[in-house]
Write a protein that binds this ligand. Structure first.
Ligand code: 0RA
Length: 219
């Protein structure tokens, strides 16, 4: 039976919106940007700070797994935040996705929403408070994100914008160090607050340090 190929182009009205009858299935990352509050609670000051907690939680998980001993958080003057840990480093090996596509594991961690996959750490996440939505949400809500990984004698780097890779994973040199730096700049077009508050971050990070004996957190 011959079936007409369907035109899947969404009809865009003058206002740029889809019409009511169109069924729209968004990829996860687009949905995070369209409905950020569903993922991080708000797009105000609370949500802005939540981004930091989300990234730090990943490093705390590395500490809970017995690898990271120190986490360093810095508030840069442009309100970008690097979070550095001395854990194993996010894996960089190539991974095959369900659809046959291949990409470095770090790209999977940073661009695929947690859905119980291989790298879903929620099973053992006890570091604090909210159920983590994952570092991929932070990536989706960041106008820029750069990840640096020190692993197996090498430094690796990759760049993203709004959750989309803007570079390939590159080997950027040799290193004896071990760990991960996630440096992100929250998207000013999404957040209504754009300034980080030192005391707000200090209070939360101090709580995390108390909850995780042996873990050093520097702000
Ligand atoms: C997936 C697997 C492994 C480590 C991590 C992710 C990881 C994620 C983050 C995020 C911030 N810091 C991190 N450190 C590690 C396990 C790696 C292995 O088996 O060697």
């Amino acid at each position: 039976m011959a079936t007409e190929p369907r035109d899947l182009t969404p009809p865009i009205e003058g206002n740029g919106n889809y019409t009511g009858e169109d069924i729209t299935v968004l990829e996860g990352m687009e949905h995070v940007r369209l409905r950020p509050a569903m993922y991080i609670g708000s797009t105000g000051e609370m949500g802005l700070h939540h981004l930091v907690y989300e990234v730090v939680d990943n490093s705390v998980d590395e500490a809970l797994a017995g690898y990271a001993k120190k986490i360093e958080v810095t508030i840069h003057v442009d309100n970008s935040i690097p979070v550095v840990d001395d854990g194993r480093g996010i894996p960089v090996d190539m991974m095959a996705l369900a659809n046959g596509e291949k990409m470095p594991a770090v790209q999977v961690v940073l661009t695929k929403l947690n859905a119980g996959g291989k790298f879903d750490s929620s099973n053992y996440k006890v570091s604090g408070g909210l159920h983590g939505v994952g570092v991929s949400c932070v990536n989706a809500l960041s106008q820029e994100l750069n990840v640096e990984i020190w692993r197996d004698g090498h430094t690796w780097e990759m760049d993203f914008s709004c959750g989309i890779a803007t570079s390939e994973l590159r080997m950027a040199g040799t290193s004896k160090r071990r760990g991960t730096k996630v440096h992100f700049l929250p998207d000013k077009s999404i957040f209504t607050a754009t300034e980080y508050n030192y005391d707000t971050l200090a209070q939360r990070l101090r709580e995390l340090a108390f909850l995780n004996k042996g873990l050093e957190i520097v702000l």
